[in-house]
Design a protein around this ligand. Structure first.
Ligand code: HEC
Length: 145
């Protein structure tokens, strides 16, 4: 009989969990998910966030303000070694202060597996994945650092 009691108690606990936690969330799921709501709910969403078009325009305006937004993800990789501001770290050379021409020239050298310093092979793979447009843009960006 003791086991039966425990089993019933277990069922009760699970039932309680569903009633308290899961069911209310199920009820809610139509409303909470972003702009998947209609009527008054949608009007409220638009009042707070603007329409999808407004949001897109705002994003485009932000991107236009930062001409380097396209290479920021690429730069994040470079920054892992050369520092966020190109300030250099330990064995990784400082890039800030170099001209765009210098950077592009170096990157082309590395892309062609040329030697600059003793650790050039570290840069071969890095430069190998860059297009010339990437290099130009990175050069211009580094010049601003
Ligand atoms: C894994 C670490 C690492 C990453 C990531 C990395 N670099 Fe380097 N970079 C180095 C090292 C080490 C050197 C020095 C190589 C040598 O001895 O010639 C170097 C050298 C350079 C140089 C030449 C510096 C000079 O003074 O002549 C440039 C330019 C450069 N990197 C740009 C970049 C750019 C742009 C990126 C991103 C696309 C990048 N690096 C990513 C490690 C890295």
């Amino acid at each position: 009989m003791k086991e039966l009691g425990m089993t019933l108690l277990g069922c009760f606990a699970i039932g309680l969990f569903f009633a308290m936690k899961v069911y209310p969330n199920l009820e809610y799921s139509g409303v909470g998910g972003g702009h998947s709501c209609t009527g008054e709910c949608y009007e409220e969403y638009v009042r707070v966030n603007g329409t999808s078009v407004d949001i897109l325009k705002a994003k485009q305006a932000l991107a236009a303000m930062d001409e380097f937004s396209a290479i920021k993800p690429l730069w994040a990789g470079c920054a892992a070694c050369h520092g966020q501001q190109g300030e250099g770290m330990a064995v990784f050379p400082k890039l800030a202060g170099q001209s765009a021409d210098y950077i592009v020239d170096r990157l082309n050298t590395y892309k062609n597996r040329g030697e600059v310093g003793p650790m050039s092979s570290t840069m071969w793979g890095q430069a190998g994945m860059l297009s010339s447009a990437d290099m130009e843009m990175l050069g211009k960006y580094i010049e601003t650092l």
